[in-house]
Design a protein around this ligand. Structure first.
Ligand SMILES: [Zn+2]
Length: 305
């Protein structure tokens, strides 16, 4: 390297260092893995008029937490966050974000656990936790929930959002499909329909058994219903649904929102941007018991105002 180039290089290094020290650098107590989540927390806070810096976060470290259901802890005295390394390893991105936000809710915002839930069983706050909490956190689902939970995180007075309803009844404009099929995976050819319109999909089962598991594939999303759980997007949205011998599952898409019902009871609403290029459904047996033929009937209706 000649002198000219060397001095140029040093100058660039020098400038870079000035810029770098001028920024708010991550504190040493934060494991680098968590920096992006802390950045996101700081951004969501700033969007809501609250200013936080890295230095407000005392420390976030991996640890081995013995309680099997605990993703992380906040030490209210030292303000240190510990994250269980095994559970972090297996967690989705949104679940990781939710874990860090929840712990920073304790350690920075000084919030404690609260347990209220919406009528559909979804928690009212991402600060739900502890032994009494049996609600489901919707944080990992659509963007309306993400926004709502962050609003509530930084402002405990946040009201129930306008979009949250427990019922949706709209008139049927046209019935596109009305068929009876038996068990196995049933592919519904929906390419002929314009499902950018508001519609509902109703699947009625006539001899539901305890070990059945309904699989509904909405585009790339796999939606699964059994007596133990209802799962969507790899997240639990309901535990132990009460499914009768005759059970009806209804899915409604209306004005960009998705509504999920079992036996006319809405258990979840969201904005999932589901892709309806393909649709299939079927019944699996959860264990090795004898296969049972399930009669199901499928109805696809366009809905009006
Ligand atoms: Zn907690």
């Amino acid at each position: 390297m000649n002198i000219m180039k060397a001095s140029h290089y040093l100058f660039i290094v020098f400038i870079f260092q000035i810029i770098n020290t001028g920024c708010n650098r991550p504190e040493e107590g934060i494991d680098p893995v968590f920096i992006e989540y802390v950045d996101l927390f700081i951004k969501e806070a700033a969007d809501r008029g609250h200013t936080f810096e890295y230095s407000d976060v005392r420390g976030i470290r991996f640890d081995d937490i013995e309680e099997s259901s605990v993703n992380g802890t906040c030490n209210f005295v030292s303000r240190d966050v510990a994250i269980d390394s095994d559970r972090w390893e297996g967690a989705s991105e949104s679940s990781r974000t939710s874990t860090i936000f929840h712990e920073l809710g304790h350690c920075i915002l000084d919030r404690r656990h609260i347990t209220p839930s919406f009528p559909s069983g979804i928690c009212k706050s991402m600060m739900a936790g502890g032994e009494d909490a049996d609600c489901i956190k919707g944080f990992r689902l659509g963007s309306v929930w993400y926004t709502y939970y962050n609003d509530e995180l930084f402002d405990t007075e946040t009201p129930t959002p306008d979009w949250y309803v427990t019922e949706i009844n709209k008139p049927i404009l046209e019935t596109l499909v009305d068929t009876s099929v038996t068990s196995g995976i049933h592919e519904l050819d929906i390419t002929q329909f314009d499902l950018s319109q508001n519609f509902e999909l109703i699947i009625s089962f006539y001899n539901w058994q305890q070990n059945n598991n309904v699989i509904l594939n909405l585009g790339e999303q796999r939606f699964s219903i059994s007596n133990d759980f209802i799962i969507l997007k790899n997240g639990f949205i309901k535990r132990n649904p009460e499914l009768e011998e005759t059970t009806k599952v209804r899915f409604v898409q209306y004005d960009g929102f998705d509504y999920f019902f079992v036996d006319d009871e809405m258990f979840h609403m969201d904005n999932l941007d589901l892709d309806f290029t393909s649709l299939s459904m079927g019944v699996e047996q959860l264990d090795e018991l004898e296969e049972i033929e399930i009669d199901m009937e499928i109805e696809l209706n366009l809905l009006g105002n």
